[in-house]
Design a protein around this ligand. Sequence first.
Ligand code: FAD
Length: 542
Amino acid sequence: MSRIAHYLQEHLTGEVTDSLEVRRYFSHDASILEIMPAVVVYPSNENDVRKVVRFSWQLAERGKLLPITARGGGTDTSGAAIGSGVIMSFTAHMNRILALDPKKEFVTVEPGITFHNLQQTLYTHGLFLPPAPATSGYATIGGGLANNSIGEKTVKYGDMRRHTERLSVVLSNGEVVETGPIGKRELNKKLGLATLEGDIYRAVDTLIEDNHKLIEDEKKQLRTLYNRSGYNIFDVRKKGSFDLTPLFLGSQGSLGVITEATLQLARHNPQTELAVISLPDLAALHDILPRIIDLHPSTCEMINKAALQHVNRLNPAQLRGALNHPADAIHLIIEFDDGKEAAQKKALKGLVKLVGQAGGHWLIARNPDERDKINKLRRSIATLFWETRGGASALPVAEDVSLPLDRLTDFLHQAHRAYANSELVPAMWGHAGDGVVRMQPLLNLSQVGDRQKLFKVSDFIYKTAVTMGGSISGSVGDGRVRAPYMGHVYGPEMHKLMLDIKKIFDPHGILNRGVKTASANEVKAAMRTDYHHARHEHLPYS
Ligand SMILES: Cc1cc2nc3c(=O)[nH]c(=O)nc-3n(C[C@H](O)[C@H](O)[C@H](O)COP(=O)(O)OP(=O)(O)OC[C@H]3O[C@@H](n4cnc5c(N)ncnc54)[C@H](O)[C@@H]3O)c2cc1C
């Protein structure tokens, strides 16, 4: 065991390992990057987390760097769940529900619980946590908070931020803070603290004061519903209250380590109306998308023809019976979950009318069997992750952009063209109702030509999204992969302000070093030569 691993194990209740096999597993997340960690730690409580972070801070004060990456399910596609120092894996022990109040509809959890496991408990109380990502079986609440995740229900219920009431966070020096909205008197107390927490409140307050106009102007320019680029300084000061929570949400573990969260839940209605609609072309989508949103669906997901063809080739049985018109250009999965059955029926009738006028087709789930088939269709996209053909894999790059809804189809047109120009299959899907598009071109990372295509397509996709008033990071943060493009989303002044925020919270640069700050050369240096998304767990027995 290395000296560091030995020292940490002596001081922690949870396990520490520097085994090569375990480190190799944690050198990957779902992104195209790889970074080998020095040590993997499975904290068993907040105190363990504090000790590791404090240790790293003390080393940094002596000029030695041991960065810390918090990790949940490792499904991050931006290269933010990997790092060279300590990987702190929360799924082994810190995965409990600490309190549940079904009447007030709140739950308090540790970060390592998966969305799936939490939902199973919540369903038994007629509740659920809406912003669950497509990866719910593996993705954790900690990862969901750190990416401020969205999911298929976001179109109606919003993102993680909307459902986050309070956080416990370990700061970069090991101090623990509680976040949540505070009034003027409480803020004054915080501003007077002689701790890192006090430093942070003072510096953030001054930064907002000094850059008020810049921040307000930027707010007006961002036309997307969801933007995960940089740090959310925009919502810290609101209607007489001050709240650091928005900064931690979407910060990808680069400002603090979340050890506990209190979340607001929603009532779950399993009796829904579910349908797939198929549209002949993107023009039809452009015409009816805003009118579908007016019907208040609880799900509005899209998948294009090329993505379906991909899935079909890989697993022909998966989509049988789920679609009557697979050759149509684009398909939307729509669900209505209103508590009143009559309201659902009315919305469904409205949907059918709209689709008929647009020359499209629809398939309504009339029985459990048909529901299962449509649900299979909505989950089929995950199949793409397993694809490898002649050394090529479906890579999560040039993905996850968000657009203003009125520019979505224009963007899809241009992205199609860019893919075709590079002889790539334009498989696309996403949260149509939120304007979030995901793509996965089939490329071989060991081939120089394919790497060049990857950079060319990414460059085009990110810049086009920004030109259209969108964001490079729609549901997952910038991570390392998109960090070089953050300057395109924000001008130089705002970009600098984002980097200043990082320095305020993490003056030694130990928390998820490189995330949101990596240069293009650093990204290239960390690229894998092969891509696979291994999903087995290396958890200690306990
Ligand atoms: C096929 C596929 C589909 C996806 N679909 C969606 C989708 O629909 N919506 C969506 O939003 N995302 C989606 N994602 C991205 C990803 O699954 C989500 O962001 C998910 O919430 C990440 O959770 P995780 O536990 O896997 O986090 P990880 O990948 O382990 O970590 C994600 C980030 O959170 C940080 N982190 C983890 N735990 C903590 C903690 N306790 N404190 C501070 N920081 C922490 C990590 O350092 C990292 O920066 C998808 C990914 C894939 C591969």
